[in-house]
Design a binder for this molecule. Structure first.
Ligand code: NAD
Ligand code: IPM
Ligand code: MN
Length: 365
């Protein structure tokens, strides 16, 4: 198939991990006979430096006409003055809003080879398989903001339409998994959470085959550590989802491991690792590319409908996590490029064995 992919490497380790994800997509294209075209555009601090704007019109237009967008990370100390008039993160938020990608899928699994890296005892990590569905285009991130010398406000607003569409997406996803949705809110305090909870209760009636439970976000932060394998699909609002998924990444062993897919109504989507620009390690070639590479796998699956190719990438990553090489954040000493090369080799090996298998079945059949 033909697909046009816009890449937004961004800042810090963004370009380093995006290069790895693009190399993976190029290997997939060559190996599975697809034609992927890539168009690199500016976002974040790099865009501010070059144009003054965190999301230049040209970048946005390119993203709007792409089949999928692959993003690295934005932000960093250079642009983090709290009094700055423009910030890199504004570019990412504007992009999410403009693309209408309201459902942010953040899967969490704990690889057995990395279980020792988790702060939890191994026993608690068996069968951890959670899909976080984070609302991405509403809430405090997008409400009105005010600031005077001594007061600041961030309005947190949700409409029923905004809640309903992401919650329905969570229920649909649960039907393809273990039929269990946990909705996380703060309905004991926040009005937006009470609207959220009553909307979930109403929608749940349309999915009698899916078990639903409600959990307050503060105790959810605790339960994620004490009983992580109890959860299947976890749906929550924007800010709660941001915080809970970084916590979840610690269970997997590193923030550098978790991918994400941000989806709206159509096929096009925005794909990015959940981590940031990691200024403390940027420029050293040591960032873990796995979160970005698994985001590319999600791109193949959700935007391009290439399930077998997505599985090829995920299987290759599984092999590399099992046998190494590993980056420093997960206890190894390899650089980003070495891990990427190992993933590329594992994809070739997987494709070879799949091809041999099919030749074999044809010969027998
Ligand atoms: P961060 O995610 O950048 O880093 C947190 C810690 O995780 C650091 O110690 C870092 O070295 C480590 N880490 C992150 N990614 C890693 C990887 N791939 N491999 C190995 N280690 C990794 O979070 P932060 O330091 O709080 O934020 C830094 C900047 O990134 C801020 O400007 C923030 O706004 C931005 N940010 C951007 C995104 C995004 O673009 N999607 C996401 C989160 C944070
Ligand atoms: C993320 C990041 C972003 C968010 C920031 C950089 C705007 O933390 O993608 O998780 O808060 O959504
Ligand atoms: Mn975050």
């Amino acid at each position: 198939m033909k697909a046009h992919i816009v890449t937004l490497p961004g800042d810090g380790v963004g370009p380093e991990v995006t290069a790895a994800a693009v190399a993976v997509l190029k290997t997939i294209a060559a190996r599975y006979e697809h034609e992927f075209t890539f168009d690199e555009q500016l976002i974040g601090g790099a865009a501010i430096d070059a144009t003054g704007a965190p999301l230049p019109a040209e970048s946005l237009a390119a993203c709007q006409s792409a089949d999928a967008v692959l993003l690295g990370a934005v932000g960093g100390p250079k642009w983090s003055d709290p009094n700055a008039s423009v910030r890199p993160e504004q570019g990412l938020l504007a992009l999410r809003a403009a693309l209408g990608v309201y459902a942010n899928l953040r899967p969490l699994q704990v690889h057995p080879a990395l279980a020792d890296l988790s702060p939890l005892k191994n026993g608690k990590l068996e069968n951890v398989d959670v899909l976080f569905v984070r609302e991405l285009t509403g809430g405090a991130y997008f409400g009105a903001k005010t600031r005077t010398a001594d007061t600041a406000t961030d309005e947190c607003k949700y409409t029923v339409v905004e809640i309903e569409r992401v919650v329905r997406r969570a229920f649909e996803l649960a039907r393809g998994r273990r039929h269990h949705v946990t909705s996380v809110d703060k309905a004991n305090v926040l009005e937006t959470s009470r609207l959220w909870r009553s909307t979930v209760q109403r929608i749940a009636a349309d999915y009698p085959d899916v078990k639903v439970e409600h959990q307050l976000v503060d105790s959810m932060a605790m339960l994620l550590l004490t009983q992580p394998n109890r959860y299947d699909v976890v749906v929550t609002e924007n800010l709660f989802g941001d915080i809970l998924t970084d916590e979840a990444a610690a269970l997997a062993g590193s923030l550098g491991l978790l991918p994400s897919a941000s989806l709206g109504e159509g096929k096009a989507g925005l794909y990015e690792p959940i981590h940031g620009s990691a200024p403390d390690i940027a420029g050293h070639g040591v960032a873990n590319p796995v979160g970005a590479i698994l985001s590319a796998a999600m791109l193949l699956r959700h935007s391009l409908g290439l399930e077998a190719e997505a599985v090829a990438v995920e299987t290759a990553v599984d092999q590399v996590l099992r046998h190494g090489p590993h980056t420093r954040d997960i206890g190894g000493s390899a650089g980003t490029a070495a891990v990427c090369d190992a993933v590329l080799a594992a994809i070739e090996e997987y494709a070879d064995s799949a091809a041999a298998f099919f030749r074999g079945t044809r010969a027998c059949g």
